[in-house]
Design a protein around this ligand. Sequence first.
Ligand SMILES: [Fe+2]
Length: 258
Amino acid sequence: MRLGTKLGKLLARLGGVPSAGNFEVDAREADPDPSVVPGAVSARQQELIDQVLVNPVIGGHSLRTAVLSVEIAKRLGLTTALGDIFLGGLFHDVGQLFVPPALLVAPRPLTPTERTEIVESHPVLGALVLGGAGLSQAVLDCVLHHHERWDGGGYPYGLAHDRIPVAARIVAVAEVYDVLTHDQAYRAALTREETLDEVCHAAGNQLDPEVAILAYDLLHKGSSSACRATPARPAASYAVRPSRPPLTFGGLRAAHAS
Ligand SMILES: [Fe+2]
């Protein structure tokens, strides 16, 4: 079965991707676009896609993030690599499949060890798994860097500004929008207007200001933008954090054993 057909059926089951303003995507639109949805994937890649899509924690979130990422990328004027951005969005949280589910939905603050050694390892874990499955470097970049912050305060590498691959900056904005507009274990969903306010506030600190403002305009019902980025600090003030030591999986093993 073509991947696009499977995604279309899943979108139909999910009731489609919520539309917002001039952002209208539903099963019919997401299904047949061969330039965005790869028509053929390897058996291992299909296996991973299936695992993501059926997962109750990340399935719907991943698919919605993928679709919105492509819409933002198009609005940004990107005409190539849209398939990689789609797969990057779809796979961005694949590493969470290897994190104990109880931690992902914990209705309490995580301990520092749980957060940094286990949950925050998911971008690296995901990139490792996808690299082994033959996904492109562009897809791996989305997965590895979707929790970097524009101001350099993210993880896993503390990259800032355009050191973060643009596709990862796009997926980051789409992910924030989707997370905030849906119920989470630790808080209820925000309205679209509240979410867009948050996206706007994050522009220039957490999120790439150009991408965030563009997404704001894409998703906002009104005309153009009430959103302005917070002033960015000079680039010289951004330090690139040293890379983390190689992942040993020790924290994950301990978590699974407990
Ligand atoms: Fe993530």
